[in-house]
Ligand binder design. Structure first.
Ligand code: NAD
Length: 275
C-alpha cells in the first residue's frame, strides 16, 4: 500500500503511519522491523532509551529498501540532555542505526537541560545531519517556551493521543504553531479495554474493520501521525490497512465522546514522573 505523507513545517514529507518499537526486546527487534518493512511500513519510530537502535539498523540495512523511501525517527534520552551530551548521543544513535542522515530526532522528555539539547539539534539540523527536529511529551507551556526562545520551531510533538486522551485543544495550538501532532500509544497501549469498547466496536462492525483499524483511521482523519506497535505480522498488516475507509462526521463525533481528558499512562504534572 502507498502510505500518504504530511508536509512538516520545513517541507520534509512524513508518512502519516509508521511502526513503533517501544518495549520490543533488542533480540526480537530486527525480525519485527524486517517484517514491518516487508508488510509495507516505511516509517520506523525508535529511541535511544528503547535500546534497540542497532537491531533497527540491521533490519534497515538488510531490507535493501532505498534510503530515500524510509523515514527513521529516534529520540534523545533525558540522561543525555545538554549541548555537548546531545551531540555525542546523536552520533551514537546515528552509528547504531547505520545511517548518514536521520529523518527526525526528538527530545524524548522535557526534562534536564533540554535547551542545550535543542541548540545542539539546531546545529546538527543546519549541518544537514538531521532532516527535521522535534520534541515529545511537551505540554503547551513548555512547547511555547521552547519556540519563543529558540530559532527552529519543532517540526513534530509526539504525545500520548488516543480515544481516551484525545488532546484536541493541544492539537489546535500545535496547528497554530506549525507543529505536527504525532500520537504515541495510538491504540491506548491496549489499556482500559479499548479493543472491546462498545462505541468503537459498533463503528468497526459498520465498516467491516477492526477496532484497531477504526482508531488508527480516526487519528489519521484528525490529521494525527500514528505509529502503532505490534510484533505480530498479521497485526502489522491489519494496522496498515486503513486507507480504504472513511469515517463519517457522526462516527467522528461518537468517538469524540470517549475522551476522558486524562492520560492512561502517566501524569506529567506529577513530580515523580521527572525521575
Ligand atoms: P500502542 O498504542 O501502539 O499499543 C500497542 C499494543 O497494542 C501492542 O502491545 C499490542 O498488544 C496491541 N495491538 C497492536 N495492534 C493490534 C491490533 N491490530 N489488534 C489488537 N491489538 C493490537 O502502544 P505503544 O507501543 O506504547 O505506542 C506506539 C509507539 O509509540 C511505540 O512503539 C513507540 O514507538 C512510541 N511511544 C513513544 C513514547 C514517548 O514517550 N515518546 C511513549 C510510548 C510509546
Amino acid at each position: 500500500p502507498q502510505i500518504p505523507t504530511v508536509p512538516l513545517n520545513n517541507g520534509v514529507q512524513m508518512p502519516v503511519l509508521g511502526f513503533g518499537v517501544f518495549q520490543v526486546p533488542a533480540a526480537e527487534t530486527e525480525r519485527a522491523v524486517s517484517d514491518a518493512l516487508a508488510a509495507g511500513y516505511r516509517h520506523i519510530d525508535t529511541a535511544a532509551a528503547y535500546q534497540n537502535e542497532e537491531a533497527v539498523g540491521r533490519a534497515i540495512a538488510s531490507s535493501g529498501i532505498p534510503r530515500d523511501e524510509l523515514f527513521i525517527t529516534t529520540k534523545l534520552w533525558v540522561a543525555d540532555a545538554g549541548e555537548e551530551n546531545a551531540k555525542r548521543a546523536f552520533e551514537t544513535s546515528l552509528r547504531k542505526l547505520g545511517l548518514d542522515v536521520l529523518d527526525l530526532y526528538l527530545i524524548h522528555q522535557p526534562f534536564g537541560d533540554y535547551y542545550g539539547s535543542w541548540r545542539a539539534m539546531q546545529d546538527l539540523h543546519r549541518q544537514g545531519l538531521i532532516r527535521a527536529i522535534g520534541v515529545s511529551n511537551f505540554y503547551p507551556d513548555r512547547l511555547v517556551d521552547l519556540i519563543d526562545h529558540n530559532d527552529v520551531v519543532p517540526a513534530v510533538n509526539q504525545i500520548e493521543t488516543h480515544p481516551f486522551f484525545q488532546r484536541t485543544a493541544d492539537q489546535t495550538l500545535m496547528t497554530e504553531l506549525g507543529v505536527q501532532i504525532e500520537s504515541w500509544g495510538p491504540l491506548g497501549q491496549g489499556r482500559d479495554d479499548l479493543f472491546t469498547n462498545p462505541v468503537l466496536t459498533a463503528i468497526a462492525e459498520a465498516h467491516g474493520k477492526t477496532v484497531a483499524q477504526v482508531v488508527l483511521r480516526w487519528l489519521i482523519q484528525r490529521g494525527v501521525v500514528v505509529i502503532p506497535k505490534s510484533v505480530r505480522p498479521e497485526r502489522m498488516a491489519e494496522n496498515l490497512d486503513v486507507f480504504d475507509v472513511q469515517l463519517s462526521d457522526d462516527e467522528m463525533a461518537r468517538i469524540a465522546t470517549l475522551d476522558t481528558g486524562a492520560s492512561t499512562a502517566f501524569d506529567h504534572h506529577d513530580p515523580a514522573s521527572v525521575h
